[in-house]
Write a protein that binds this ligand. Structure first.
Ligand code: SF4
Ligand code: SF4
Length: 71
């Protein structure tokens, strides 16, 4: 089940979410988004604990987190 999603075209690649994630699963992608930034991505959804820290840190409100059973 998907727990976290990134709106890649809102992301400015600031890496605040990368540092905020306690399980270190957020990386900046190799690709460029519409604004020319490397957007944050999560590849290991299964390791996400839905803590929401990344979404709270993001100044551009690019991250959505779902809690277990609350989707
Ligand atoms: S919700 Fe928490 S565990 Fe999941 S990607 Fe964001 S910071 Fe990491
Ligand atoms: S905090 Fe937001 S804008 Fe910054 S890298 Fe993460 S998703 Fe992108």
């Amino acid at each position: 089940m998907q727990k976290v999603s990134f709106d890649e075209d809102r992301c400015k690649g600031c890496e605040l979410c990368v540092g905020a994630c306690p399980v270190n699963i957020i990386y900046l992608g190799e690709n460029l988004n519409a604004m020319g930034y490397h957007p944050a991505q999560v590849h290991e959804q299964g390791k996400c604990i839905s803590c929401g820290f990344c979404a709270r840190m993001c100044p551009d409100v690019a991250i959505t987190v779902w809690k277990e059973g609350a989707r």
